[in-house]
Design a protein around this ligand. Structure first.
Ligand SMILES: [Zn+2]
Length: 379
């Protein structure tokens, strides 16, 4: 592969792909230890890999304030969500060891700043609600009272659940380059892919060189479909219904925040770092409950100046099978009524799968249904 192949891809956010991996330091034993939550660990690993470029560590006050208030970093680059490390007290030294939940050191942080923050204000501005029933807000409210900022150096990366799907931004960029892709659309999901989402990924793929199916494998709500089941669904679907040389399946290691619109922007920026020039934004992206309007995650892209994000969002309506059209469609492309459309509620689908019934092929591929039926039966 020539250098030119990856050079033709979209530039990382801020221009340079960050690499904050490093060597285990000799003075590790002498450093004060700070334990990270699972969400903070997932952010840490994404900083290390460059998925959160241009961030080189946890956010200092200037970045945090401007992100919360104006969705931009202090240097003016768009950024939608805080990436912060919450601590109980100000560390004594100017360097700390960051540990995982088991107490094992994984990184060091050079202390730049320690500052208080207002949980309710962050909730209101970032999640658009202060309701503790919102899972993202609930987690924010349990956080420690200070934010510890500074550059990190990560010497112990977590063991990926799916090693063959664990591609860092440098890896996906290399694969895109090898395949000669220049325009690549990223698809974020935390659910099994049924016909509706298969359709919109394929509509998007018709206009670009390649598709990155990038399911989130970090922490999700306990009632989401388990990640190993989802991955099996993706494999069956891609094997049966997508051209192998036009699609790449890889895991997105982020934890869900359920911040709806702001998370859609954040997800898009991350995918830009992975080399995607386009990003699919469907209805209610990264939403939860009734906290966000159906199209809020699309409308928020208008808060940025044209081309400021660089990555191009592709907005989609709800899609369905129409019996009269004889194809997948949306209200944008099909004039027929609800009676002609195949609609199954999530509850109905779960009920069918639980009983071992395969939903209609207009709703889901039988190979995907079988994976889900097996999973429901083992429960
Ligand atoms: Zn129709």
């Amino acid at each position: 592969m020539t250098v030119a192949a990856t050079e033709r891809l979209i530039r990382p956010h801020g221009g340079t792909l960050v690499d904050r991996t490093g060597e285990r330091p000799d003075d590790l034993e002498t450093l004060e230890a700070v334990a990270l939550t699972s969400r903070e660990l997932s952010d840490l690993d994404m900083i290390a890999s460059g998925a959160l470029s241009p961030l080189e560590g946890f956010m200092a006050r200037g970045d945090y304030e401007r992100v919360v208030e104006e969705m931009h970093l202090a240097n003016g680059l768009p950024w939608a969500l805080p990436v912060c490390l919450a601590v109980e007290s100000v560390p004594a030294g100017d360097r700390v060891a960051l540990t995982d939940e088991a107490g094992r050191a994984v990184a060091v942080l050079d202390v730049e700043d320690v500052y208080p923050y207002d949980r309710e204000r962050e909730a209101e501005l970032c999640f658009r609600t202060t309701d503790e029933a919102h899972p993202g807000v609930a987690r924010l409210y349990t956080q420690k009272p200070l934010y510890l900022a500074g550059r990190v150096s990560v010497f112990e990366r977590p063991q990926p659940m799916f090693p063959e799907l664990a591609l860092d931004p440098a890896d996906t960029r290399r694969v895109f380059g090898e395949r000669g892709w220049r325009r690549v659309v990223g698809f974020q999901t935390r659910n099994p892919i049924h016909r509706a989402h298969e359709y919109l990924t394929k509509v998007a793929l018709e206009t670009v060189d390649g598709l990155l199916v990038h399911p989130l494998v970090g922490e999700t709500k306990s009632d989401d479909v388990p990640v190993d089941v989802r991955v099996e669904c993706y494999r069956m679907l891609l094997e049966g219904y997508y051209p192998e040389d036009r699609v790449l399946l890889s895991a997105f290691p982020a934890a869900m925040r359920y911040a709806g619109p702001r998370e859609a922007i954040w997800h898009a920026i991350c995918r830009k770092n992975y080399g995607c020039s386009h990003f699919i934004v469907g209805r209610d992206h990264a939403g939860v409950g009734d906290y966000y309007g159906t199209y809020d995650a699309q409308l928020i892209f208008d808060d940025f100046v044209a081309h400021e994000l660089d990555i191009e969002p592709m907005f989609f309506e709800h899609t369905f099978w129409c019996n009269v059209c004889g194809s997948m469609a949306s209200t944008k492309s099909c004039p027929h009524g609800a009676e002609d459309r195949v609609h199954l509620s999530g509850t109905k689908v779960r009920e069918m799968l639980g009983k071992g019934d395969v939903p209609p092929v207009q709703f889901t591929r039988p190979e995907v249904a079988r994976v889900l039926i097996d999973a429901y039966r083992q429960d």
